[in-house]
Design a protein around this ligand. Sequence first.
Ligand SMILES: *Cc1c(COP(=O)(O)O)cnc(C)c1O
Length: 426
Amino acid sequence: MGRHNRVYAKIDLGAVAYNMEQMKLRIGGGAQMVAVIKTDGYGHGAVPIAELFEKTDYVWGYAVATLEEAVGLREAGIRKPILVLGCVFPDQYGEMVSYEIRAAVYTKEMATGMAEAAKKKNKTAYLHIKIDTGMGRIGFPASDESADVIAEIAKFPYAKAEGMFTHFAKADETDKAFTLKQHERFIRMQKALEERNTVIPYLSCDNSAGIIDFPEFKHHLVRAGISLYGMYPSDEVDKSAVCLRPALELISHVSYVKEVEEGTPISYGGTFTAPKRMRVATIPVGYGDGYPRTLSNKGAVLIHGKRARVLGRVCMDQFMVDVTDIPNVRFMDQATLIGCDGNERISVEELSRLSGRFHYEFVCCLGKRIPRVYTLPGEACGPKDMEYGMPSGYTLPGEACGPKDMEYGMPSGYTSPGEACGSKDI
Ligand SMILES: *Cc1c(COP(=O)(O)O)cnc(C)c1O
């Protein structure tokens, strides 16, 4: 990694493909997958992930949050359907239609504007009707009046009401009552439309938590986001139902090592003072890279397979760690900020907990300044990776699989869960 000594994110596309396959196994036949790759694929890189699924037949397409994200994918050569989950604004309708980008539609005016833009170009506007069943964000209210409007929209020339979807607000929580209520409202809308002789081909409500805990709500499309990146939506979902592998590691190298005397303050504000003679290493990464400042005096990195805790404040571009008890740490030695080294592992979830940053948010906030380096499916089991040992105290990729999941069988061509961490450890 000569070109990326300072820091790089190692993205294991084999893990992403594996996670997609596990989520598909969970929902079974009938439904197709939508890969949710908003915010540049939750910080992992939207284009390489979309490319990974262009030829996977059970992946219907992709979902993003903005029209700009969708256009970026098209310009990178992505051809499958792309759905914008958020608002497409009126000045963007022309572009939306030209690129055949699907849009969430939740007012009659939107549908009218999109159909008009399509007429001008003699094309079709693909509409995905959004229903608010309890998220309270965007969507037609689940009501008979909305059904009247949607039935009208479905007859617009130059427009095709291709999909109807809703979003669960609490599917990742232990108490499932609210999700059942939301699903009931969604089904009632489907029936209300049928009564108005309106059939929409693609219905969708499950997000990752829904796929894991409500696979029976799959309908035609399910939308997997966080799970593709190897993380569970929360600790309250049934983790034994689906086995996921983390897809991201964050690797840096030591930029300086020094001895300090007792009483030496470290970093801005001197919030840490050496209580004894210590060895201190500097890591050339900071909150400017998305490494949270709230990890000051809290976080840790892995050097030579051991934990080195953060000393003092995290700066914009650097922070210091304690290597007093780690022998022979030198300039340029590898420091693993996220990932496995020896018997230790630092997960996104751990750093999220310590920093008070939601795990979805943590990966989204990894800075643009960090280069992403991709490992293709199969490539992850290189000799170097076999050195990874068993993380102590964390859930290993693979460990979350209950016995039931062993029946899933191995996806062809991918590294098995845990394989990247050395077979002796399984
Ligand atoms: C982000 C998002 C998803 C994906 O949710 P995950 O919990 O990451 O799987 C699905 N649907 C909508 C509408 C979203 O905004």
